[in-house]
Ligand binder design. Structure first.
Ligand code: BTN
Length: 147
């Protein structure tokens, strides 16, 4: 009986069913607090995350619709507090009449590195209702932790 159990344990280990699979190793409770940069070289600082998942921060974008430099801009967000957490945050652009909403998920990849895969919608101010159709941009960004 003991030998049978040991054999089953060995088989489970060989089949990767031991509860220590690659998937389990790649999951970790992401807390967004800290410094991040994205594929556009924008930088973001997320402050502390409250016990309800709420956080605020500051976003410095490397690019803008006008081509003008945008000063550091405030953001408000909320995250789930679990492995590979999903989150959302809104940036209120200083010196621009636009806002961007980001939604994303945190992943822990090789070497324990964290990255945030996001999709965003940027809403610009339309001069009139007739111009509404062209006032939204959509895109994706990946963020990497720097601190
Ligand atoms: C604007 O152009 O009106 C404000 C700046 C918008 C910057 C956008 S938000 C989505 C994308 N990701 C970035 O890091 N910057 C751009």
């Amino acid at each position: 009986m003991a030998i049978g159990t040991a054999a089953l344990g060995l088989l489970a280990l060989l089949l990767g069913c031991s509860g220590n699979s690659a998937e389990a190793q790649n999951s970790s409770k992401c807390v967004l607090s800290g410094n991040w940069t994205n594929d556009l070289a924008s930088t973001v600082l997320f402050g502390s995350v409250s016990n309800t998942g709420v956080f605020s921060g500051v976003y410095q974008t490397a690019v803008s619709s006008s081509g003008e430099t945008i000063p550091p801009s405030p953001l408000q967000g909320i995250q789930h507090q679990r492995d590979n957490a999903t989150f959302g945050f809104t940036v209120y652009w200083n010196a621009s009449k636009s806002v961007t909403v980001f939604a994303g998920q945190c992943f822990v990849v090789e070497g324990g590195k964290e990255l945030l895969k996001t999709v965003w919608l940027l809403r610009a101010e339309a001069a009139s209702r007739e111009d509404d159709w062209g006032a939204t941009k959509v895109g994706t960004n990946t963020f990497y932790r720097t601190k």
